[in-house]
Design a protein around this ligand. Structure first.
Ligand SMILES: Cc1cc2nc3c(=O)[nH]c(=O)nc-3n(C[C@H](O)[C@H](O)[C@H](O)COP(=O)(O)OP(=O)(O)OC[C@H]3O[C@@H](n4cnc5c(N)ncnc54)[C@H](O)[C@@H]3O)c2cc1C
Length: 465
């Protein structure tokens, strides 16, 4: 067995358990595998595993019982090429896994080949350019860059993978200041369905580069490396505010007027939970100016505000929910069972719509999380990259941590008259008309690019283009 060669980080991320529950084809049990899997194992340098389920692959436990045919952990792009060629030749479903956080479990496949990129997770910074492996955890990216007073804007969950995030957008607490993660990708390397490694940037394979910035994970090939623009940061200020439930509609009215139009240095999230209405956010500036800016929110009756400031890594850990922990502990893979979906709001919600939003959370079963857009996100033209949602005030995420699908569907239905579209990174397997919702006016060009680079649909899943 090659278990001893696992790195400490993989042990934390669950790699050891994955190996323990698997047959390692290089080991004795490999004899039980099919000849074609043994042939694949000979072609790649990384391990080929045959776990009984996807428990160590997927973050959403709803999909943990899916049994893939095999899981390969490539150590380089050549391994990925071998996997793609192997799967294409045999018409076996193939899917990439970076951080495993697909809401719909699309980074595993029943009876398919999972290309688990966890060994491609290095980060380096040269000048203003970050080069990172696809499976880099966000907290590792933030930690490595923070040491050099730099960052790339991204999401808040520490163990989300960089490639899955960047391919579908990537919204976080620096989003209005520096844009989406995908807006900051300057080049990438991808293995396409024909098994070729292609570099993509503004001049080389420009169509594919366009598609890979917002066109969604898993559609065009397997990304093996990304280059991103780094931004200088050293610290930021934060706020947290809450109101009595009775003031929920008024607080939402004040927030939706302020948050999407505020200076781009402010990004905030409004949360409506059962019995609680609150907002939180990050400001690239001092606490005093932040408090002044938040005046319209603090003037809503019963508001309770706290603010503070911290070094940038501490800020990222705050949003990740692991303040004060070591980066390593913060990066532990902690799967959950949930149902979630999203919808965009492009016009201020009326009093009636706000009342519905507050009432939906009070029924119990789920929470509404509203991410403010505007700022750097909306400065990019809707057709400049595949990420089409550039004219929105905010994105509503419907999140049921108790995995209450009934709550999710009825909350989405109740707000449908006031919303449109959906965020492709909050991928929702039950969403009707999902292609239009995720890609809107960019859908036709995305389909054309898909036909050109993957005519035989080597990369296919339930909501693949
Ligand atoms: C707890 C949690 C918190 C989140 N917070 C945020 C947030 O703050 N902001 C935000 O914008 N989003 C957030 N998301 C959503 C997240 O951006 C998406 O789920 C994203 O797709 C996850 O990427 P991943 O690499 O971790 O997932 P994976 O499941 O590995 O991949 C997601 C999809 O991309 C494909 N894919 C993965 N790697 C590659 C690759 N190398 N090449 C090509 N395709 C690939 C997969 O096949 C799959 O279809 C969150 C998700 C969770 C579960």
């Amino acid at each position: 067995m090659r278990e001893a060669s696992l790195t400490r980080r993989e042990l934390v991320a669950g790699g050891a358990a994955l190996v323990a529950s698997s047959w390692l084809l290089a080991g004795r049990a490999g004899a039980q595998a099919s000849p074609s899997l043994r042939a694949l194992a000979r072609e790649v340098k990384g391990p080929v595993l045959t776990p009984r389920d996807s428990a160590r692959l997927v973050f959403n436990e709803r999909y943990a019982d899916i049994r893939p045919l095999a899981v390969v952990q490539p150590v380089n792009a050549a391994d990925v090429q071998a996997c793609v060629r192997w799967a294409a030749r045999r018409n076996v479903r193939i899917t990439a896994r970076s951080g495993g956080h697909s809401y719909a479990g699309y980074s595993t496949a029943r009876g398919g080949l999972v290309v688990d990129l966890r060994r491609l997770a290095s980060v380096s910074l040269s000048g203003r350019t970050v080069t990172a492996g696809p499976a880099t955890h966000l907290i590792d990216l933030y930690a490595k860059l923070a040491r050099r007073n730099a960052t790339v804007p991204g999401g808040s969950c520490p163990t989300v993978g960089l490639a899955g995030l960047a391919l579908g957008g990537g919204m976080g607490l620096a989003g209005r200041r520096f844009g989406l993660t995908s807006d900051n990708v300057t080049a990438l390397q991808i293995v396409t369905a024909d098994g070729r490694v292609r570099r993509c940037d503004a001049d080389t394979n420009a169509d594919l580069f366009w598609a890979c910035r917002g066109g969604g994970g898993g559609n065009f090939g397997i990304v093996t490396s990304l280059q991103l623009r780094a931004h200088r940061v050293s610290s930021a200020a934060w706020f947290q505010i809450s109101w009595p439930l009775s003031q929920g509609e008024e607080a939402l009215a004040a927030w939706q007027q302020l948050a999407p139009a505020a200076p781009s240095a402010l990004t905030s999230i409004f949360t409506i939970a059962q019995g609680r209405v609150s907002a939180a956010g990050q400001w690239f500036g001092g606490e005093a100016s932040l408090r002044r800016l938040l005046g319209p929110l603090t003037r809503v009756a019963g508001a309770s505000l706290s603010t503070g400031s911290a070094g940038y890594l501490a800020m990222m850990q705050r949003w990740a929910g692991c303040a004060g922990e070591t980066v390593e502990a913060c990066g532990a893979f902690r799967p959950e069972r949930f149902d979630a979906g999203s919808a965009y709001v492009s016009k201020p919600l009326s009093a009636r719509a706000r009342a519905i939003a507050v009432a939906q959370a009070q029924r119990g079963g789920g929470t509404l999380l509203l991410d403010a857009y505007g700022g750097a996100i909306n400065k990019v033209k809707a057709d400049a990259t595949a990420f089409v949602h550039r004219d929105e005030l905010f994105c509503i995420q419907f999140y049921s941590g108790s995995s209450n699908a009934d709550w999710l569907r009825s909350a989405q239905r109740a707000l449908r008259p006031y919303t449109s579209g959906a965020y492709q990174n909050y991928i929702d397997p039950q969403l009707p008309n999902w292609e239009q919702a995720y890609y809107g006016a960019n859908l036709a060009r995305l389909r054309e690019i898909k036909r050109a680079v993957d005519p035989d649909r080597v990369f296919r899943f339930r909501q693949a283009l």
